[in-house]
Design a protein. Structure first.
Lengths: 624, 583
C-alpha cells in the first residue's frame, strides 16, 4: 500500500533518458492530440515564420544603415531607417510572444487532455492490471513522464522549428551578402557538425554508462534505506557502507566522464564560432578593401555569430525530445492496455411490485430492485447467486479455484471458512466480476453475470473490505461515497446504523471533520466503522463482508459487530470471517481448502457431517 | 547549512579554484576577439593594409584557441569537482544514515530519505558544476563587456544607464511575480497527485462502488485547476523573452542613432561601432543567464536545506554509555535473561499517552515467552526495547543482568536477534541473504538453520537451492517462504535472545508448530519471545503475556490464564471457532 510513497525508481533523476522503441508510432499518437489545435498550430507556424524572418532580416538592415546613412551622414534617412528597424524588431518580438503564448496554450491543454485521458482510461482497467503494476510505477506516469512531455511541447517543439527556420534564413541571407564568405562559414559549419558528431556520440555512450551507474547507485540506496531497520538489527551497517561506496564511486567516475564530454560541447562550439568569426573578419576585410562594403561586413559578422547557435540548441533539444517521446510511449502503453470487458446489457433498475406480484419499473426510491433485460422484461432482484463448476486462476497457468459450485439463496447469509490462500476472497472477487473466470458460469438471479452490465452488477453488491480506504475529504463525504446523492440525514442515518455516529460526534467538527492521509488520525476500528457506514449508505441488496473485522482487536470488534448485524438484516450476505459467532447463524457455511469446497451446509448439517467443521465446533463445545 | 555542505566540497577546492579561473579566462579571451575585429575594420580596411588584416586575423584565431583551451579546462574541472562533491556528499549522508536509530528514520520517513539521497544530491552536484561554468562566466562577461564598451566610448555607454536598470527591473519583476505562481503550480500538482494516489490505493473500493465517474470528476476538477494555473504561470514566463529582446533591440537602435552621429562626426570609428553591437548582445545575454542562474539556485537552496537537515540530525541512540567487559573488549550480555524495571515508553515525546506504561517484567534465560494483544496494545514496542531499537523514556531495560545502554549496539544486537514484522530480503541469492546472520556460516550450518525454520522443503525443490537469485526485495519467493528465510537468517546468529514479531503470520499452522518445535532443540539456551495473533503459537510457552493499552494485563501459563484472564479466554474462544483453520 505504501508503494506510491517511494522516491524515484532505480532510474532516478534524469532517468527519462531511455530510447523510445517506436518513435514514429508514438509521435503519431501525440499528433492526434495536437490535431485538435490545427488552427492554432497553423497560426504558430505563421508567427514562427514571421518572427524568424524579422530576426534574420533585422540584422540585414545593418548593411544599408552603415553604408547608405551613417557613412554618408544622412541623418534624416538614418532616423527613417532606424524606425523601420524598430518596426521589424517589434514585429518580431510580438510574433515570438504570440507563438510562445499559443504554444503554452496548446501544450498545457494537450497535457491536461492526456492526463485526463490517462486517468479516465485507468478507471476502466481491470484489477489484474493494478495487481501487476506498483503504485510507484503508475504514479511516475503522472509525475515524470507527463512532465517531460509538457516540457518538450512547451519549449523544445517550438525552438526546434524556430532554430531550423532561423538557420535556413541566416544561410540564405549570408549567400545574398557574400557567397565567398558563406563558403568560409560552410567550411566551419562542416567542422562544427563533425565536432558535434564525435563529441556527441562519445558523450552519448558515456551518458548511457552514467545512467546505468546512476540507476545502480539509486537502486542500492532505495533498497538499503527501505531495509534500514533490518540492517540495524543485523549489525550490517559496515557491509552496507562498503556496498554503497563501490557503487557511489563507480557512478562518480562514469558521471565525471559523461559530464566532461557534455561540458566540452559548449566551449567547443562557441569558440569554433569565434574562429569562424576571425576567418570571416580576415577574408571579409580583404574583400572590403576592394568593395568598400563595410555595412555588408558588419551584417555578415552579425550573421556568422548567430549561425552556430541553432546547431547547439538543436543538439541540446534532441535529448529532451527523445525522453519526451519515451515518456509519451509509456503513457500510451497504459492507455492501450486492455480494459475490463463489459458486454453485459442487463441493467439494475428500481421497481415496484403490485398486489399480483407483477413488477413495473419506477423512478422514485423504492426498496425493490429489478434487472431490466434488453428485451424490456423485468426480473426481480433477489440475491440468488450460483457458481456452477467455476475454474479460476489469477495467472492462466495457476488455478486457484478448481471446479467450485455453490449457491446462495436470497436473503441468506453465506459464510466462507478456510485458511488464507484457500480462495475465500477470490470467490467474492468473482461475484462482482473483478476478474474473469476461466471455466464454468456464475449466475445471479438466474442471469449469467457476464450478461449484466458491470456497473449494475457492482451497484447491487455492497462490499466492506479488510483494508479500509478513506479519501481526503470530510467524514460525511467518505460515507456519501456509498451513494453520492445521499442527503445529510441519510448519511447520519447510515452512520447510526453502523454504530459510527457516536465517535463521529466526538470529532472536532463532527461530520464535517476533514480526513487526510487515509484517515490517519482515526483508529483502525473507527476507520472500519466508517467503511461499514459507507456500505450502509449505499444500501445495496447484497453485501460482501471480506474479513471486515480481522485486523481489529476484540473490544472494537464487539462494537462493530452490532453495526454489522444491523447492516446484514434482510439482505443476502457473503461473509468471510474468523469468528464462529458470525458464521454459526449463517444459512450456509462453505469450508474451503486449496480452492475447493470440502464441506457445505448449515450449522447443524455440518455438525452431523462430522467433518472438519465438526472438529472445530466440538473444540468450541468443550470450551463452552 | 553551508558549514554542513562545504566540508564535502573542500577536497575539490583546488579544482573549483582552477575551474573558476578557467571560466573567467575563457570569457575574457572571448571578449578580446571583437576588439581585434574593430582594428581590422578601422586600421586594416581603412588603410587597405592586407598584411595587417592577416596578422590581426591570426591573433584572433590565437585568442579563440586560447579561449577554447580554457573552456575545455573549465569543462573538465567543473565535472571533476561537481561529481566528486556529489559523491562525497552522498556518501557522507548515507554513512550518517547508517548511524540513525529507528526513531531518526521514522522522523524523516524512508521515502523522504531516499529522495534526499538521490534527487537532492543529484541536483546539488549539477548545480555546483553548472555554477562553476556559468556563474563565473556571466558576471565576468558582464563586467568585461561593460569595461570594454566604456573604453571604446564613454559617451555612448551612457545608454547602459537606461538599458541596464530597465532590464534588471523587468527581470526582477518577472522573478517576483512568477515565484508565487510556480509555488501555487506545485500545490495544484500535489493536489492532483493526491487524487491519483488515493485512487490507486483504493481501487477496489472505487470499483466496488462503481465510482469511476465520480473519481473522473474529482480528477477533472483538479486537472482543470492545474491547467489554469500552469497557463497563467507559463503564460507569464513567455513574456520574459520578447521583453528582453525588445530592450536589447532598443539599445541597438539607440547605439545606431547616437553612434552613427559620432561616426559621422569622426569621434567614433565604424569598426568600434560594430564591436559595440557585439558587446551589447553579450551584456544582455549575460544578464539573462544571471536570471536563469537565480531560478536554478532557488531550487538548489531547497535541496541543500533538505540534505543539511539529514546531516545535522543527531542519532537518537549512541554507544555513549557502553562499558568494557572483563576482557577489555566491549561488554557482552552474559546470558539471555531480560528484565524490565518500571519501563515507560512513547514514540513521540510530545504525545500525552504512553505506548508502554510502567512495565516491569523478569524473563529467565532460556525460557519461551508468548506475547498476545490487540493492535496498538504495545507488543512490538515492548520487544523493540530489548535490542535497543528505541530507548525507554523511563525505567531500565536489562539484558543479561546489565542495562542495555551499557553494551555497544553491535555487541547487544549480536546477542539479540529479532525478526521484524515487516521484514526484508535483499537483492542477491538466498545464500547471500542468510550469511547476514553469520558471515562465517558453513554450508552445514546454513542448511541446519533452514531446516529449523522449515525452509529446507522449498529450498530443495528449487533447482539452484541456496544459490537461487531472489530478485529485488525478494520477489521470487512467496510471503510464507520469505518469513521462513528471515527466521533462518535470525537463527544463524546463534543469538542469546530470539524475538519473533508476528513472523509466521503467512506460514500455515502445521509448519508454524514445526518451527517452534525446532526452536526447543536448536536454540535450547536462547530466550525466545514470540509475538503472535494465534493462541496456538504461544500455547506451550513457559510464560504468556497478555497486553492491552500499553500494559501487561495478565501473565502466566496457558492453563493459568484460561482460568484467570477473561481477555485471554475471549481470544482463545474466538480463534477456536475457525481461527485455527486460518493459516
Amino acid at each position: 500500500m505504501a508503494k506510491h510513497e517511494h522516491g524515484p525508481g532505480p532510474h532516478g533523476p534524469g532517468g527519462g533518458f531511455r530510447k523510445p522503441k517506436n518513435i514514429r508510432g508514438t509521435l503519431g499518437k501525440l499528433m492526434r492530440y495536437l490535431g485538435r489545435y490545427k488552427l492554432h498550430l497553423a497560426l504558430v507556424a505563421a508567427l514562427l515564420i514571421v518572427s524568424s524572418a524579422c530576426t534574420v532580416g533585422g540584422s540585414y538592415l545593418i548593411r544599408p544603415l552603415i553604408n547608405d546613412y551613417i557613412l554618408p551622414g544622412d541623418f534624416p534617412g538614418l532616423a527613417r531607417m532606424l524606425a523601420v528597424m524598430a518596426l521589424v524588431y517589434v514585429l518580431g518580438a510580438v510574433c515570438s510572444f504570440g507563438y510562445s503564448r499559443i504554444m503554452v496554450h496548446i501544450s498545457q491543454t494537450t497535457v491536461a487532455n492526456i492526463r485526463a485521458d490517462l486517468f479516465s482510461r485507468m478507471q476502466d482497467l481491470p484489477l489484474k492490471f493494478f495487481d501487476t503494476h506498483t503504485h510507484g510505477e503508475l504514479m511516475s506516469r503522472y509525475t515524470n513522464d507527463i512532465e517531460t512531455v509538457s516540457e518538450a511541447l512547451n519549449n523544445s517543439f517550438g525552438s526546434l522549428i524556430s532554430c531550423t527556420l532561423t538557420f535556413t534564413g541566416t544561410i540564405l541571407m549570408m549567400l545574398v551578402l557574400s557567397p565567398v564568405l558563406t563558403l568560409v562559414t560552410f567550411a566551419t559549419l562542416v567542422v562544427m557538425l563533425l565536432v558535434v558528431k564525435t563529441i556527441g556520440s562519445r558523450s552519448r555512450r558515456y551518458f548511457a554508462d552514467q545512467q546505468k551507474a546512476l540507476g545502480e547507485v539509486n537502486g542500492y540506496i532505495e533498497e538499503m534505506i527501505e531495509g534500514q531497520k533490518v540492517i540495524k538489527v543485523f549489525n550490517h551497517e559496515g557491509a552496507a557502507r562498503e556496498g554503497f561506496r563501490k557503487r557511489n564511486e563507480a557512478y562518480r567516475d562514469a558521471a565525471t566522464r559523461a559530464q566532461v564530454f557534455a561540458g566540452m560541447m559548449m566551449p567547443a562550439m562557441g569558440n569554433l564560432n569565434y574562429i569562424n568569426y576571425a576567418v570571416t573578419c580576415c577574408v571579409g576585410g580583404l574583400l572590403a578593401i576592394r568593395t568598400g562594403d563595410l555595412g555588408g561586413l558588419a551584417a555578415f559578422l552579425q550573421y556568422s555569430r548567430q549561425v552556430g547557435q541553432p546547431i547547439t540548441q538543436i543538439s541540446q533539444q534532441v535529448n529532451t525530445l527523445l525522453s519526451a517521446v519515451a515518456g509519451a510511449e509509456r503513457i500510451f502503453e497504459i492507455m492501450e492496455a486492455p480494459t475490463e470487458t463489459d458486454e453485459g446489457k442487463i441493467r439494475l433498475v428500481r421497481a415496484a411490485e403490485d398486489e399480483t406480484g407483477t413488477l413495473t419499473r419506477v423512478h422514485q426510491d423504492t426498496n425493490t430492485w429489478a434487472w431490466l433485460k434488453p428485451d424490456g422484461t423485468l426480473v426481480p432482484l433477489r440475491g440468488d447467486v450460483r457458481f456452477d463448476h467455476v475454474v479460476f486462476g489469477y495467472d492462466e497457468d495457476r488455478t486457484i479455484l478448481h471446479d467450485v459450485s455453490l449457491f446462495a439463496k436470497p436473503g441468506q447469509k453465506i459464510a466462507f471458512v478456510g485458511s488464507t490462500g484457500a480462495g475465500k476472497t477470490t470467490i467474492t472477487s468473482l461475484i462482482n466480476r473483478f476478474y474473469e473466470i476461466q471455466g464454468g458460469t456464475i449466475t445471479y438471479d438466474g442471469l449469467d453475470v457476464k450478461d449484466i452490465a458491470k456497473e449494475s452488477l457492482r451497484r447491487s453488491l455492497g462490499v466492506v473490505l479488510q483494508d479500509t480506504h478513506l479519501f481526503t475529504g470530510t467524514v460525511a463525504d467518505n460515507i456519501r461515497y456509498g451513494r453520492l446523492d445521499a442527503t445529510d440525514e441519510e448519511v447520519e442515518a447510515a452512520a447510526r446504523l453502523a454504530g459510527a455516529d457516536g465517535f463521529i460526534r466526538h470529532l472536532p467538527q463532527g461530520y464535517k471533520t476533514v480526513l487526510s492521509g487515509d484517515g490517519g488520525s482515526l483508529s483502525q476500528g473507527e476507520r472500519q466503522l466508517l467503511n461499514i457506514a459507507r456500505a450502509a449508505c449505499a444500501n445495496p441488496p447484497v453485501l460482501i463482508l471480506d474479513e471486515a473485522t480481522s485486523s481489529i482487536d476484540t473490544r472494537t470488534e464487539t462494537l462493530i459487530e452490532k453495526g454489522m448485524d444491523r447492516l446484514m438484516a434482510g439482505r443476502t450476505v457473503f461473509v468471510i470471517a474468523h469468528r464462529l459467532s458470525t458464521v454459526r447463524n449463517a444459512k450456509a457455511i462453505m469450508v474451503l481448502e486449496q480452492g475447493e469446497i470440502i464441506e457445505r451446509g448449515d450449522h447443524s448439517d455440518l455438525l452431523s457431517q462430522k467433518g472438519r467443521y465438526y472438529q472445530l465446533y466440538t473444540g468450541l463445545a468443550e470450551l463452552a | 547549512m553551508r558549514n554542513k555542505l562545504w566540508p564535502h566540497a573542500r577536497p575539490y577546492a583546488l579544482w573549483i579554484l582552477a575551474g573558476v579561473a578557467c571560466s573567467a579566462m575563457e570569457a575574457v579571451f572571448e571578449l578580446l576577439i571583437p576588439l581585434v575585429m574593430s582594428d581590422i575594420v578601422d586600421v586594416g580596411i581603412a588603410n587597405g593594409d592586407q598584411s595587417y588584416i592577416l596578422r590581426k586575423g591570426a591573433l584572433m584565431i590565437v585568442l579563440a584557441v586560447a579561449s577554447l583551451c580554457f573552456g575545455l579546462g573549465a569543462a573538465v574541472t567543473s565535472s571533476v569537482a561537481g561529481m566528486g562533491f556529489g559523491a562525497n556528499l552522498r556518501r557522507a549522508e548515507y554513512d550518517h544514515i547508517q548511524t540513525f536509530a529507528f526513531s531518526n528514520i521514522e522522523r524523516f520517513s524512508t521515502a523522504s530519505l531516499v529522495t534526499r539521497l538521490t534527487n537532492d544530491v543529484h541536483n546539488l552536484q549539477m548545480s555546483l558544476m553548472m555554477s562553476m561554468r556559468l556563474m563565473v562566466r556571466a558576471p565576468v562577461m558582464l563586467v568585461s563587456a561593460l569595461f570594454f564598451s566604456i573604453r571604446i566610448s564613454y559617451r555612448l555607454s551612457n545608454i547602459f544607464l537606461v538599458a541596464l536598470p530597465l532590464l534588471l527591473a523587468v527581470v526582477s519583476f518577472l522573478l517576483v511575480t512568477t515565484g508565487p505562481l510556480f509555488r501555487s503550480l506545485q500545490e495544484k500538482t500535489d493536489a492532483l497527485n493526491l487524487v491519483v494516489q488515493e485512487n490507486l490505493a483504493g481501487i477496489r473500493v472505487v470499483k466496488s462502488f462503481v465510482r469511476g465517474d465520480h473519481e473522473r470528476e474529482k480528477f477533472a476538477e483538479r486537472n482543470n485547476d492545474l491547467k489554469d494555473t500552469s497557463l497563467r504561470a507559463f503564460g507569464k514566463v513567455v513574456i520574459n523573452m520578447p521583453i528582453m529582446m525588445l530592450i536589447v533591440y532598443g539599445t541597438i537602435i539607440a547605439v545606431m542613432w547616437f553612434g552613427g552621429q559620432m561616426v559621422y562626426a569622426g569621434t567614433l570609428e565604424a569598426g568600434k561601432l560594430i564591436t559595440y553591437f557585439t558587446y551589447i548582445t553579450q551584456i544582455m545575454m549575460s544578464l539573462m543567464m544571471v536570471s536563469m542562474i537565480f531560478m536554478m539556485l532557488t531550487r538548489t537552496v531547497a535541496c541543500a536545506k533538505r540534505v543539511a537537515e539529514v546531516l545535522s540530525e543527531t542519532p537518537a541512540i549512541t554507544d555513549g554509555g557502553a562499558e568494557t567487559g572483563a576482557d577489555g573488549l566491549p561488554a557482552e550480555p552474559a546470558d539471555g535473561s531480560i528484565d524490565f524495571d518500571h519501563v515507560s515508553f512513547k514514540y513521540n515525546t510530545e504525545s500525552s499517552e504512553w505506548i508502554l506504561e510502567d512495565v516491569s517484567l523478569h524473563i529467565p534465560s532460556g525460557s519461551t515467552v508468548g506475547i498476545l494483544g490487540g493492535t496498538g496494545s504495545g507488543k512490538t514496542s515492548l520487544v523493540s526495547l530489548i535490542p535497543r531499537l528505541y530507548e525507554a523514556d523511563r525505567g531500565t531495560v536489562l539484558v543479561g543482568g546489565r542495562p542495555v545502554n551499557t553494551y555497544t549496539m553491535e555487541r547487544l544486537r549480536e546477542s539479540v536477534s529479532m525478526v521484524l514484522q515487516k521484514n526484508t530480503l535483499f537483492t542477491g541469492t538466498i545464500r547471500e541473504n542468510l550469511l547476514w546472520g553469520n558471515p562465517q556460516a558453513t554450508e552445514e550450518e546454513l542448511w541446519a538453520a533452514c531446516r529449523a525454520a522449515c525452509a529446507d522443503e522449498f529450498l530443495e525443490r528449487m533447482p539452484e537451492g541456496l544459490d537461487t537469485d531472489l530478485g529485488q526485495g525478494g520477489v521470487n519467493v512467496s510471503g510464507g517462504q520469505k518469513q521462513r528465510l528471515c527466521i533462518a537468517r535470525a537463527i544463524l546468529k546463534q543469538p542469546k535472545v530470539l524475538i519473533l514479531d508476528d513472523s509466521t503470520s503467512a506460514v500455515d499452522t502445521a509448519t508454524d508448530a514445526k518451527i517452534r518445535a525446532a526452536f526447543a532443540t536448536e536454540l535450547k539456551d536462547a530466550t525466545k519471545l514470540i509475538i503472535a495473533q494465534r493462541v496456538t503459537s504461544v500455547q506451550e510457552a513457559d510464560l504468556i503475556l497478555v497486553m492491552d493499552g500499553g500494559k501487561i494485563v495478565a501473565r502466566g501459563t496457558h492453563a493459568e490464564l484460561m482460568k484467570t484472564c477473561s481477555i485471554y479466554q475471549e481470544v482463545y474462544q474466538s480463534q477456536q471457532e475457525g481461527g485455527s483453520m486460518d493459516g
